[in-house]
Ligand binder design. Structure first.
Ligand SMILES: Cc1ncc(COP(=O)(O)O)c(C=O)c1O
Length: 102
């Protein structure tokens, strides 16, 4: 995870970080250590982050460099089902990178 963040994220960047467990907080720490600003999208631990909130964050931060979320949040066992409502169609015009942790 850290390798991914420190190689892609630079000071001055903005990263939208989804948090619904322990590893989301690690992504926040990695982003801050890389010198970037963090926009948090949080939900209850044990549930998936609401994709409507993600969509709002993407629209509110058009200059964000990355959207980061934990596909399989092993601290709680939550696995995102990305097929029915993928946010991928939003990405080409919003953020250069989708950081998907597993
Ligand atoms: C979601 C998730 N689960 C498990 C791990 C592995 O964690 P650890 O190396 O502390 O066992 C990581 C590492 O980044 C992760 O992102």
């Amino acid at each position: 995870m850290e390798t991914c963040f420190v190689n892609l994220i630079e000071p001055g960047d903005t990263v939208i970080v989804c948090q619904n467990g322990v590893f989301g907080s690690h992504m926040k720490e990695n982003t801050e250590r890389a010198g970037a600003s963090v926009v948090m999208v949080e939900d209850e631990w044990g549930t998936a982050v609401d994709l409507n909130k993600v969509e709002e964050a993407l629209k509110a931060n058009p200059g964000a460099k990355a959207l980061a979320f934990v596909h399989a949040e092993t601290s709680t066992g939550v696995l995102y089902c990305l097929t029915p409502r993928p946010c991928a169609p939003l990405l080409p015009n919003t953020v250069p990178y989708l950081l998907l942790m597993r």
